[in-house]
Design a protein around this ligand. Structure first.
Ligand code: HEC
Ligand code: HEC
Length: 332
């Protein structure tokens, strides 16, 4: 009997080996129901080796002209994939003209960069590789350079059945980026019933959603952005044209993609140009400093908070911090 049992166990074990999922479940987020489904394009489906290659490339200096910088030099995992600099710093310490945004939840964005000029994550990869103040390189040459790295060549063949080239670079990076998802903040656990807001956080949440403040009119939905473009009255005269760069439409002058507020505690300094150092400065802006730019968005409300409400709004924003995400070993 004992023998039969262990034979059965053995067979069951073999069976379960055979049925092991083809994907390393740790790489793919297990999203709660308030998130949309994570979709990979049909011509760039997920596989473990694609992800591993994407991560490898994300952290590799080989994509920059002088082999000194990687994507991770500006998008640090433990800083919610930002660099916490006012504006980004590229090869030879060249200053960029915009603040580095978080990559959390980029899989769900309908277009990329602050002016929305790039239609997919695959296409977006071309931008930093070419930009003078980022990698200042050429993706064809970068592909050739990768061919002298045996390990990357092996992974590339396994992942896409071809040698490293622009297709492999853009595809693998996009697979990796799509799995950079933040979904385990206090706010998420509040929604799934695993966490109770404090009274202060609850008050802040209600203010955030209120007609009076109107924050969720733009920072709404699961990702705290409706991905529209808006002018928030930072200045009367902007030095950055915003979405106008893409559309050449006067109505888009100085409008920027509404940023997600997930992990906003860690994505300082704020706004397209990093002009606010902390969240209190941002709240003060909405409360007291909004300028009457001709394109000022009509969803921006005129409101005043008492000190208790101001603290509460701040504390609600802090519930969007996702410690699991910031410390997730798969990104390190
Ligand atoms: C020198 C710093 C720097 C480097 C290196 C860099 N980025 Fe960025 N990244 C930025 C900045 C700044 C922006 C915002 C650009 C804009 O809005 O015009 C950005 C934007 C993005 C976006 C769009 C995010 C959004 O919300 O629309 C993605 C995706 C991205 N980067 C991925 C990458 C990848 C992949 C690499 C490596 C191939 C990389 N970045 C390298 C600074 C950098
Ligand atoms: C009209 C749409 C709109 C409304 C309403 C709005 N915001 Fe924003 N918010 C934006 C845009 C657009 C930006 C980015 C502006 C830029 O890059 O210059 C932004 C930036 C921010 C940032 C900085 C995020 C970062 O990573 O840089 C915070 C924090 C923020 N908003 C909080 C709020 C709060 C709190 C409210 C309510 C009082 C609010 N917003 C109302 C559109 C809006």
């Amino acid at each position: 009997m004992q023998k039969v049992l262990s034979l059965v166990c053995f067979v069951v074990l073999l069976q379960s080996c055979k049925e092991e999922p083809i994907h390393n479940i740790d790489y793919l987020p297990k999203l709660p129901s308030h998130f949309p489904e994570l979709v990979f394009p049909t011509d760039n489906q997920y596989s473990d080796v694609r992800w591993e290659l994407g991560k490898r490339l994300f952290q590799s200096n080989l994509l920059s002209i002088d082999s000194t910088l990687s994507c991770a030099s500006c998008h640090h995992a433990d800083k919610a994939f930002t660099d916490q600099e006012v504006v980004s710093i590229g090869v030879e310490s060249r200053l960029g003209d915009r603040n580095t945004p978080t990559l959390a939840n980029v899989a769900f964005h309908p277009y990329y960069t602050r002016d929305g000029g790039v239609p997919s994550l695959e296409m977006q990869v071309f931008v930093p590789i070419q930009e003078h103040a980022e990698f200042d390189f050429n993706i064809v040459l970068a592909g050739e350079r990768l061919n002298s790295n045996e390990e990357i060549v092996q992974m590339s063949l396994e992942a896409y059945d071809r040698l490293p080239d622009p297709f492999v670079i853009t595809s693998a990076l996009a697979v990796y980026e799509r799995t950079i998802v933040s979904y385990q903040s206090k706010y998420d656990r509040y929604l799934t019933g695993e966490y109770n807001f404090t009274e202060e956080e609850e008050l802040g949440y209600n203010l955030f959603k209120s007609e009076r403040l109107g924050c969720s009119g733009c920072h709404g939905g699961f990702d705290f952005s409706d991905y529209t473009f808006a002018n928030t009255g930072l200045y009367i005269e902007y030095s950055d044209d915003g979405r106008y760069r893409v559309t050449l439409d006067e109505n888009d002058l100085a409008t920027y993609k509404v940023p997600s507020l997930r992990n906003v505690e860690h994505t300082y300094p704020y706004m397209h140009n990093g002009s606010f150092g902390d969240l209190r400065d941002v709240i003060r802006h909405y409360e007291q400093e909004v300028k009457q730019h001709p394109n000022l968005d009509t969803r921006i409300k005129n409101f005043e908070l008492n000190s208790e409400e101001r603290e509460a709004l701040l504390h609600f924003l802090l519930t969007l911090t996702d410690e699991e995400f910031l410390n997730n070993p798969i990104y390190q």
